[in-house]
Design a protein around this ligand. Structure first.
Ligand SMILES: *Cc1c(COP(=O)(O)O)cnc(C)c1O
Length: 476
């Protein structure tokens, strides 16, 4: 056992990990990285196939990001945002506001309603805290706008918004959340689209992804609408509608069919329910456009950002909101209308410098076409996997892919959780030099944007071999 691995086993408790299983083998200790490649304690190389849990955008040790942090270090690493402003955080807030608004989306077609302009940025540290901030702001805003004493939130099935208590309260994954139910506030749950397992689509299971989604009458949109209608009848509608736009990550990379978000957002607008977009995973080009909401023509009232904000370098998060929300917290000092929330590292200067450099790279000419090309490579490279009898669904939104493994493609029966099929496959992939992490029976591929075509093929080849080794080579 490598001495570094020994220390880990002795002292470290890992997140979302059954530590009893962890201790069974020598853990991989990452010692360095460059571009899309990571190196471990034994100098073995791996492709970072889930972008270090969905955070990394431009690769590791990117010269522009490294330099931005080094330059900032020559000035100062951190000073508090409680009482003082700082240079990179102010510059970053300006850039975020400029990027987060699509003026073309301010008008809502066919209604007098005007979409909000995001004008203020509240910094925090992680995706979970970005959500906590949005929830607290939206709650107080609703109360101060006459929406009742205890306005509720609406979120969607299989939603994941982080692990702090507020974020878990609007999360809808029972496996993670049930045991904490005594600690949570109640929120309402609406149906979310999961086309591969759609209860309304009675079409026989078949392989071609597009054909399987036929006969859709947007029943799932109607289910969301029912909640808004009920709220309107009671005259106390929701403080916010919380959603991950375009693709639900922890749900298993479940993409929403094109048009779903636009439709539910319109219903929310009609019911005057603010939109809280959790773009912690989808933000910064992951699904195509810089923010996924814009792809669907949606301009949210709250925009939560984290993971890719610093290009995957440092923990930092931001919650963007509107002037109207901001003004609801203004008043004389002793009216105590201030927003009583903040973290020690809010607006951290190293993080903000990295984020500015990362945004700069994203906005460079060539960045978007490069991502589109890589997205095409990934799609082509994954296509042959449809032939495996154990691949039920291949879902891709931009540079996020989820491959759902099933017992048999005809029945779509999921593998029982005790079989740990996803875990076994990822272990085999690691042995073939590709690192990722499963979500149950779903294997995630999320290449950093700097990946080459060859590296993408290496990922899908490793996945194919691992499926053959663990499940077999049966084809359809
Ligand atoms: C990861 C994630 C979060 C939580 O972010 P942390 O930085 O892990 O707290 C919230 N929402 C979504 C959609 C995420 O993917």
């Amino acid at each position: 056992m490598h001495p570094l691995a020994q220390k880990d086993l002795k002292y470290v408790w890992h997140p979302f990990t059954q530590m009893q299983d962890w201790a069974k083998e020598e853990p991989i200790v990452i010692k360095s990285g460059k571009g899309a490649v990571l190196k471990d304690q034994r100098n073995r190389s791996y492709i970072d196939a889930n972008a270090s849990i969905w955070t990394n955008l431009h690769g590791h040790r990117h010269p522009a990001l490294d330099k931005a942090i080094q330059n900032q270090l020559k000035k100062i690493a951190h000073s508090s945002a409680l009482g003082f402003a700082n240079e990179p955080a102010s510059l970053l807030a300006e850039q975020l506001v400029k990027t987060a608004n699509r003026p073309a989306l301010f008008k809502v077609a066919g209604s007098g309603y005007k979409n909000p302009k995001l004008g203020k940025v509240f910094f925090s540290d992680d995706g979970s805290t970005a959500l906590e901030v949005a929830l607290k702001l939206a709650y107080e805003h609703a109360r101060r706008s006459g929406k009742g004493h205890r306005p509720k939130f609406l979120s969607i099935d299989h939603a994941y918004h982080g692990d702090t208590i507020g974020a878990v309260s609007v999360g809808q994954i029972d496996l993670f959340h049930k045991s904490f139910s005594g600690l949570l506030f109640s929120s309402d749950k609406a149906m979310s689209p999961y086309c591969y397992r759609c209860p309304f689509n009675k079409a026989k299971p078949e392989r071609a992804d597009a054909r399987a989604y036929r006969k859709c009458n947007w029943e799932c949109v109607g289910k969301v609408g029912q909640h808004f209608e009920a709220g309107q009848k009671k005259k106390t509608n929701y403080a916010g509608f919380v959603f991950e736009p375009v693709v639900q990550g922890v749900a298993g990379m479940v993409g929403q069919p094109e048009g779903w978000l636009k439709r539910v957002a319109t219903l929310a607008r009609q019911a005057e329910v603010p939109l809280i977009a959790d773009e912690v995973m989808t933000g910064f080009g992951r699904t195509g456009s810089i923010f996924a909401s814009h792809q669907e023509g949606v301009q949210p009232d709250f925009l939560c950002l984290a993971k890719g904000l610093t290009g995957g370098y440092l923990p930092m998060a931001a919650t963007l909101t509107t002037q109207a929300v901001y003004e609801n917290f203004l008043g004389p000092y002793d009216s105590f209308k201030s927003f009583f929330h903040g973290h020690s590292y809010t607006g951290n200067q190293l993080g903000a410098s990295a984020a500015l450099a990362s945004l700069g790279l994203l906005k460079k000419t060539g960045s978007a076409p490069g991502r589109r090309k890589l997205q095409q490579h990934l799609k082509q490279s994954l296509a042959p996997l449809w032939k495996s009898a154990f691949v039920g669904d291949i879902r891709q939104s931009g540079l996020v892919a989820g491959i759902e493994l099933v017992e048999d493609w005809r029945t779509r029966n999921p593998w029982p959780i005790q079989k740990q099929v996803g875990i076994q496959i990822c272990r085999e992939m690691a042995a073939l030099g590709v690192l990722t992490r499963p979500i149950g029976n779903v294997i995630v591929l999320m290449p950093p944007y700097c990946c080459s075509e060859t590296q993408v093929h290496k990922m899908t080849r490793a996945l194919t071999r691992a499926i053959e080794k663990v499940l077999g080579s049966a084809t359809i």
